[in-house]
Design a protein around this ligand. Structure first.
Ligand SMILES: Nc1ncnc2c1ncn2[C@@H]1O[C@H](COP(=O)(O)OP(=O)(O)OP(=O)(O)O)[C@@H](O)[C@H]1O
Ligand SMILES: [Mg+2]
Length: 493
């Protein structure tokens, strides 16, 4: 279906400000449809007198629709055209005298000019299914009266409220609960849902006849300072939303001041109990904080383990045993890095470029003091889920360590530094694949090296993590220009 923007740009003469105005209108006209118990169609004049084009349509949630079909993008028929022209030319709300029976049900049609900056930029057609009309209840009368006020405000160019559009997406609906305030801010009508919401806030007295701002102030949790903007909203004086927090309940209020013909006739206050919603939001927030805290502790514990191992390594005489413990320190360290990153972020997705930097640095540090080859990282890993990041950090550690240890064995290290020892990590992130290459220009793999039959721990860890845990592929081959390159290919979302 074409959007309002597309239609307005391709078929009408509406300017940018006009289209913005219409956007603000349709982002909030559910209210008008619901209060009217009627369908709404927004018509705009087509370029070069080409008739009227339907830009948007809204059905009521409070009653039956009278329009089965989608009209957006279609042109108005001759009968509608006549009415729409009247609304535009006479700049007033008009009504068809007899109901229209063409769809099988009696439909009453009204037209409301949409005024902006003194011009009629579009016309709303309001279609009421009269089949459902019966002797209206107090609720219905109040709704219809509110609808009339709103319709007049549209025709006078005072609704939608300028500069307020963004907030309205989450506004309460009429059905959530509605209060009508009189000129002085006293409640003249309260829908059953609105009454219940105020009961839950702890109101024992009657709402009708009460001054809403005063009553609402009395219900607010007493330990919090009185919220000025809440008072303005509860008085129906500003087109804004606010929340009342009292008696363990949270209720959202949204005021629609009604100003018709230049004088204030009161306000509509939409009321919605958001206690459950806010509770769930709070829960999610604490859950988030807990998860972060856990990652933080895991990291601390791992660092303690690493420190213990390091201590023990120092007391050992046998070089092999020392080396083994040093490696364990390194492995634990690279897992800790990932947990540390996770303890910062609110979600289980981490920026692996950050981790790669630190793993590379660590690999250099832990390996040996005389190391001169500094790993260089090119390309980008991007964001990765924690489940991938932890194993990948270990894999990277092992591969870097191997290059430093075996590619540039101790006596040759200084030499390597002199003629530009190269140790490079290249990350290539594609839509569904991440390829990581660790390349060195060291002495190369030993004769008869076979990845699949290697029994040493390092590459076994790498293979298990890459192939079994991450479902990826691993290749370790001689580099064309000398040295070795290890290539890890991983499927990623
Ligand atoms: N970049 C490299 N350059 C040269 N040889 C390498 C390279 N990477 C791996 N090798 C060879 O592969 C062998 C196996 O590596 P692996 O990491 O499994 O064991 P390790 O490094 O010897 O011991 P550890 O279990 O402590 O990692 C190494 O001993 C080395 O001979
Ligand atoms: Mg190794």
């Amino acid at each position: 279906m074409p959007t309002l923007n597309d239609l307005a740009a391709s078929r009408t003469n509406l300017g940018e400000a006009d289209v913005d105005w219409l956007h603000a209108l349709v982002s909030d006209w559910q209210l008008l449809a619901d209060l009217s118990f009627a369908d709404l169609i927004l018509w705009a004049p087509v370029r070069d007198d080409g008739g009227w084009l339907a830009l948007a349509q809204m059905r009521p949630t409070t009653g039956p629709t009278s329009l089965q079909d989608d009209l957006v993008g279609t042109l108005a028929g001759p009968e509608d055209q006549r009415l729409l022209n009247i609304a535009r030319d006479e700049r007033r709300i008009g009504r068809e005298s007899d109901p229209d029976w063409t769809s099988g049900v009696p439909v009453r049609t009204e037209v409301i000019p949409v005024m902006r900056a003194g011009r009629v930029i579009a016309v709303i057609e309001r279609c009421t299914n009269l089949n459902s009309a019966r002797t209206p209840s107090r609720l219905e009368l109040t709704y219809l009266q509110g609808a009339d006020d709103l319709a007049r405000m549209v025709a006078e160019g005072t609704f939608p409220f300028a500069g307020e559009a963004a907030m309205l997406a989450r506004s309460p609906r009429v059905g959530d609960g509605m209060l009508r305030l009189g000129r002085t801010g006293r409640v003249t009508y309260a829908s059953p849902n609105a009454q219940s919401a105020y009961r839950r806030l702890g109101l024992a007295a009657d709402l009708i006849g009460a001054e809403l701002a005063v009553i609402t102030a009395g219900l607010c949790a007493s330990d919090e300072p009185l919220d000025e903007s809440l008072m303005v909203v509860a008085a129906g004086r500003a087109a804004r939303a606010a929340e009342v927090d009292g008696n363990g309940s949270v209720v959202q209020l949204r005021a629609i001041p009604l100003i018709v013909g230049g004088s204030r006739t009161g306000a509509l206050i939409l009321v919605r109990d958001v206690t459950e919603l806010r509770r769930r939001e709070r829960e999610l927030m604490t859950k988030d904080a807990t998860i972060r805290e856990i990652h933080h502790r895991v990291k601390n514990n791992l660092q303690t383990v690493a420190a213990l191992l390091r201590l023990q390594a120092r007391r050992l005489r046998a070089p092999e045993a020392r080396a083994a413990l040093d490696e364990a320190v390194r492995r634990v360290g690279s897992i800790a890095v990932v947990h540390e990153t996770l303890s910062h972020g609110p979600d289980e997705v981490v920026d692996f470029d950050d981790i790669a930097d630190r793993v590379a640095m660590m690999a250099g540090e832990v390996s040996a003091p005389e190391v001169r080859v500094i790993p260089k990282i090119t390309g980008s890993f991007g964001l990765l889920p924690a489940a991938v990041a932890t194993p990948l950090a270990m894999v990277l550690t092992e591969l870097l360590q191997n290059a430093l240890q075996h590619g540039f064995p101790a006596p040759a290290r200084d030499a390597a530094a002199k003629d530009g020892g190269l140790l490079e990590v290249i990350a290539v992130r594609e839509a569904e694949r991440l390829t990581v290459t660790v390349a060195d220009n060291g002495v190369g793999l030993p004769d008869g090296f076979d990845l699949d039959s290697t029994t040493s721990l390092g590459l076994q860890i790498v293979r298990t993590l890459v192939v079994s845990e991450l479902g990826g592929r691993l290749r370790i081959v001689p580099r064309p220009d000398g040295g070795t390159e290890a290539v890890v290919g991983l499927p990623v979302e």
